[in-house]
Structures are given as C-alpha cells and as structure tokens.
Design a protein around this ligand. Structure first.
Ligand SMILES: [Zn+2]
Length: 100
C-alpha cells in the first residue's frame, strides 16, 4: 500500500502544479506558515497562514488515489499553494511537528 509521503517528493509536486504555485508554497513553508495537525500514512491535515487568514489543507489517500482539498477554494483540478506548502512541510526540518 502506498504511503502518502511517497507523493511528496519535489519532482512529483512540481508535476502537479504550475511552477509559480510551487514557488509560493515553498516560500510559505520557509516563512513558517504551515502547522501540521494530523499526519498519518494516508492523511495529512494542516493549517496554513495565508495573509490575514488561516486555511485548512488536507491531502489523503483514497485507496491508491491521491485526493486533496483546501478551504481557500482554489484546490479544484490541481492543488493550491497551501497544499504544496503542506506537503513540503513534511520534509525533515521544514516545519514544527505538533505531535513531536
Ligand atoms: Zn489553499
């Protein structure tokens, strides 16, 4: 069974979104905007600071299918910058882990 982390490598993420979305996500992580709420093999739930707002992002595995959602409303056909930021935040050393 595939783990959700398998999707969160740089190459896969860059194929999912346009480069400008990837770059905005990467800078959000660098700014410390991402908080990991839940992280399991099949789900990643985060909150991401977005200007004056905080949005909720979710990646999950539905069988072998990767699904995603974000309360910003931009994650329809493809992930938004908050989802990219969330995925990048799972990389070691990128964001504080609330469960740690
Ligand atoms: Zn979003």
């Amino acid at each position: 069974m595939a783990a959700i982390d398998d999707w969160f490598d740089e190459r896969t993420l860059m194929e999912l979104v346009p480069i400008e979305v990837y770059v905005r996500g990467a800078s959000a992580v660098e700014a410390g905007a991402v908080r990991i709420i839940t992280r399991t093999e099949s789900q990643l739930l985060t909150s991401v600071e977005a200007g004056d707002d905080v949005v909720g992002s979710e990646w999950s595995m539905d069988g072998e299918q990767l699904t995603f959602a974000c309360t910003c409303g931009d994650a329809n056909e493809r992930p938004c910058e908050h989802l990219i930021a969330s995925a990048l935040a799972t990389w070691p050393g990128e964001a504080p882990d609330e469960e740690g």
